[in-house]
Design a protein around this ligand. Structure first.
Ligand SMILES: [Zn+2]
Length: 352
């Protein structure tokens, strides 16, 4: 952010900027701070002027947003979801794609930015700025723009409009067209560390912030969502499944697999990915030094578990969850792979 301020102060800020970094990390908050600076009456993001107040509420008429959404809205553009987006970002400025998707659909729908959205954008930009000052266009996750629309975006970037700043906020820079990347000033955000978590959750008990950081770091956005809605982490479900695998009773395994299979496939993937993340951290990152309560999931305690299975079983556990994830990516039948994984986990827990 300091470098962006310096570029702005020396009048060297490019009209097209690409701010990139991990999902649920700094890129979106940085883009919003940049917008505040550009739209502020004194161009300092003073935080007190009328414009700053409006940016803070994401309601400034010259602050436009483009973001991925799901089909099914009336206009087929992000306007259908603008209210949801504002609410989501105000609640969680580190909003990550998963949390966003869950807020606008319960179905297994792909987030995307369709051609119509970019056309709508061109239309909006053809009008003059409402306040006669700068205009900022934040495009969150440009990597979700359909290929056919990417060229339209490229055109927008190539033909700068007066006092108009385009800010691409990406969590997948390598998925963007090289021609788009090369025309933007790049700003990379460093991955968030444990301190960001401790700072953000400073009013909560230490164990909570440690547990959230263990499961989600560096994705602070996902941690915030999980904190606000513990159900969504499905950690209980995961713990229950692990316990069942540990015991290895076939009827219970079948029941647990059936239960997990009722979730949308994307949720199963997310659940396994997070669980894997959690266990890896638990196994390989000094779990014995973390307070016991931080590793206690109720049904299982990672600290105890890691003490029991290290070193022989750990590889088996993480590799079978990894294989399960691969299977799901390759569209292997969900119940088949979950059943297979459950028995592999059982063997790993028993150290053979
Ligand atoms: Zn201001």
């Amino acid at each position: 952010m300091d470098q962006l301020i310096a570029a702005h102060n020396s009048k060297k800020l490019h009209h097209a900027n690409l701010i990139y970094g991990g999902a649920g990390e700094d890129p979106l908050p940085v883009a919003l701070s940049l917008a505040a600076m550009l739209l502020c009456e004194t161009e300092t993001a003073c935080g007190t002027c009328r414009n700053c107040k409006r940016v803070e509420k994401l309601e400034h008429p010259d602050l436009n947003f483009t973001f991925p959404f799901v089909s099914g809205g009336n206009s087929g553009t992000s306007d259908d979801f603008l209210q949801d987006f504002r609410r989501a970002v105000l609640k969680n400025p580190f909003l990550d794609p998963d949390s966003w998707q869950r807020q606008i659909t319960s179905k297994n729908q792909q987030l995307q930015i369709p051609v119509k959205e970019i056309q709508n954008l061109q239309q909006k930009l053809s009008l003059t700025a409402a306040e006669g000052g700068n205009r900022v266009l934040i495009i969150w996750m440009p990597e979700q723009i359909k290929t056919t629309a990417s060229n339209k975006l490229l055109k927008l970037i190539e033909e700068p409009l007066p006092n108009t700043f385009i800010v691409l906020v990406s969590h997948g820079k390598n998925k963007l067209l090289p021609t788009i990347v090369s025309r933007c000033a790049p700003w990379s955000c460093r991955p968030l560390d444990n301190n960001s978590f401790t700072e953000h959750f400073q009013s909560s008990p230490e164990q909570t912030s440690k547990l959230l950081s263990m499961v989600f770091a560096p994705n602070l956005g996902a941690a915030i969502t999980a904190y606000d809605d513990p159900e969504s982490t499905q950690i209980d479900r995961f713990a229950e499944w692990m316990r069942t695998c540990y015991k290895g009773i076939p009827t219970e395994i079948t029941a647990a697999v059936n239960d997990l299979s009722t979730l949308p496939k994307e949720s199963v993937k997310t659940l396994i990915l997070r669980s894997l993340h959690f266990l890896e951290r638990g196994f390989y990152h000094n779990v014995q030094d973390t307070p016991n309560s931080a590793t206690d999931l109720g049904a299982i305690n990672v600290q105890k578990l890691s003490g029991a299975v290290v070193p022989k079983g750990t590889f088996g556990i993480t590799s079978s969850l990894g294989a399960c994830l691969n299977d799901l990516e390759r569209n292997v039948h969900v119940k088949t792979t979950l059943t297979h994984t459950s028995y592999a986990l059982h063997r790993a827990f028993r150290g053979n």
